[in-house]
Write a protein that binds this ligand. Structure first.
Ligand code: ADP
Length: 338
């Protein structure tokens, strides 16, 4: 049957809204055997009764249908013969994932606006007071530093947002190469040395040269963000251990710290955009809340696996396993990463 290979669900209803038959995809979308006879109209999905009635009256209509926690783009078309409606064809397309992604994108836009507005308000408020001559001469350096700090925070934020949107678009223009992860870890550790010293955290690197097929800039971003966090969420006198190892099937990168750790309920959520366990602490130490979502995105693009284990008060360990001996980037969908 032609309809059996379709991904859209097709349901045939008689002119009283009773199900006559459905194709394989519809049975799969709706759950085989659960919706037969009048069960579809009786399912209680809001708006469904009126939707089918419109088709019974000869009107074609569309709606987004919610059934059992999933969303379907539904289209009902009357079948007219001899001037009378003899049946209804219902087309169903599962749009649950698409809706979820769209919802998250809407939330992201709202978050971006909020995150940008806060430093802008501080900048504009401080600058206004200075312009009006309401700041004493001895307070001007403090006000200027505040403006400078907030402007820097905005730059970091905009840079991270641009990185994410570039990744969202699949980073198709980036150059793929065999990259020595150890050499990259060495460079990155060096660039973080001053930050680690200022935080009184010792940064240790160990391992051996190990090549992965990837985008140098993104791999560096992964190492940088993980080490930066391991330093930021540490305590004076603490340590960060950065390891690169070549194993039988993969190359592994581990960043382990002796820092504050992460409670179990936050462990998955910290990879969401703008999610921070302690928002004010993250802001104080210059966080944007986007670092780990960039890491997650870049890891997926490299078809690598990420594992996190953390004990509050003791520390956090993040391991990323890159597939070994890859020669091409293959196909990797990034559309569901949010
Ligand atoms: P931020 O810019 O806030 O650091 P990230 O996306 O890098 O944003 O991290 C999200 C949140 O995850 C942080 O605000 C922090 O609460 C938590 N976090 C990340 N890494 C660590 C770590 N190594 N130890 C403890 N908490 C961490």
């Amino acid at each position: 049957m032609l309809t059996s290979s379709m991904t859209e669900g097709i349901v045939l209803l008689n002119n009283r809204g009773r199900i006559l038959s459905m194709n394989h995809a519809a049975a799969k979308l709706l759950g085989t055997g659960r919706y037969s006879g009048d069960a579809l109209s009786a399912s209680g999905a809001p708006g469904l009764g009126a939707f089918i009635q419109r088709a019974e009256k000869g009107e074609r209509s569309e709606m987004v249908l919610s059934l059992d926690g999933r969303s379907y783009q539904a289209e009902a078309s009357p079948v007219v013969s001899g001037g009378k409606v003899s049946g209804i064809v219902l087309l169903l397309l599962d749009v649950t994932e698409k809706e979820k992604v769209e919802q998250l994108r809407r939330e992201f836009t709202a978050n971006v606006s909020h995150e940008l507005k806060t430093p802008l308000q501080t900048i504009s408020g401080s600058a206004e007071l200075m312009a009006e001559g309401m700041v004493r001469a001895e307070d001007i350096p403090r006000f200027s530093r505040r403006i400078y700090g907030e402007a820097k925070r905005m730059i970091r934020l905009v840079e991270d947002i641009l990185r994410l949107s570039h990744l969202d678009e699949g980073a198709a223009d980036m150059k793929w190469d065999q990259v020595d992860l150890y050499a990259l870890a060495e460079d990155t550790a060096e660039s973080l040395f001053a930050e680690a010293k200022a935080a009184k955290v010792a940064l240790h690197l160990s391992g051996e040269p190990a090549f992965v097929f990837g985008v140098r800039q993104l791999l560096q971003g992964i190492i940088y963000n993980l080490c930066d966090n391991a330093i930021k969420y540490n305590r004076p006198g603490g340590s960060v251990f950065l390891k690169v190892r070549e194993e039988a099937e993969e190359v592994s990168l581990t960043v382990e710290d002796t820092g504050i750790g992460i409670l179990a309920e936050h462990q998955e959520r910290i990879f969401e955009r703008f999610y921070r366990v302690d928002k004010s602490h993250s802001k104080e130490i210059g966080g944007t809340g986007l670092g780990l979502s960039i890491v997650k995105h870049a890891v997926k693009l490299h078809q690598a696996k990420l594992e996190l284990s953390s004990v509050p008060g003791e520390g956090t360990k993040i391991t990323i396993q890159f597939p070994k001996d890859r020669k091409d980037k293959g196909s990797c969908s990034t559309e569901n990463i949010v």
